[in-house]
Ligand binder design. Sequence first.
Ligand code: G3P
Length: 273
Amino acid sequence: MKIFIDSADIDEIAKAYEWGIVDGVTTNPSLLKTAVDRRKAKGEKLDLEAYIVKLLETSKPNPVSLEVTKRTAREMIEQGRNLYKRFNSVANNVNIKIPVNPAVKSDEQCHFDGINAVKVLQSEGIPVNCTLVFTPEQALLAAKAGAAYISPFAGRIDDLIRSRANIKFSKSDYFPDGGMEHNGVFLNDNGIVSGIDLVSQCVEVLGYYGYSSQIIAASLRNPRQVREAALAGAHIATVPFGVIADMLKHEKTFEGMQKFTEDIVPEYEKLIG
Ligand code: G3P
């Protein structure tokens, strides 16, 4: 499974690349805001265009998702073209993130605008990462429209399931991939029992029919979810920097290191420098 870093913070991205552990970058408007706010808080004057150029160079040759901000097909297509035209020449690694459905409520009349934008951009040779996917059927439509990547949001499904059941949780709390029973009810969102179940069902459905879209397990909040995304057969997991760091931690690793350090034979250390 490939690992992308879910961040727009160039320092985090550069570190992850230095360690040789990531294969791409995903950004979204919220991640870009976090990165920009961090820079501003340090008193830096930010040239956003130059910042994005540097981000793309840092990730070269691996892919970077840049998201549109508008909600009509026409505007998203225009923004996608603009982003691709302006930035893909930097390192030839831009893909455009398009929401699978840009409506903010059910009775809005723009449910197909995302899929429409995916279709048009991909037909112009612009790779698309179709985002905010919460059902396998959304993933299927995104795949049919030609999305290069499809991003089911695992953590947010877990949030939804727990919130509806009035369960208190914090964002990084583990939620069982096989789902859970609460007050005698087996929790689910229309048959999806967990975020990882969503990822798994997306992988399974697309796998049956040979679609070339790659599933990016997104909205991952803890290392165990990354493991489960790999076990579910996700092509890619996009992981925040903090969760990547947590993937290396285990109390027995710490304890083992403590003991090995105590046991060092001085002559051995002298030998190896
Ligand atoms: O990749 C999507 C991700 O950035 C959303 O994560 O934790 O805000 O649900 P989260």
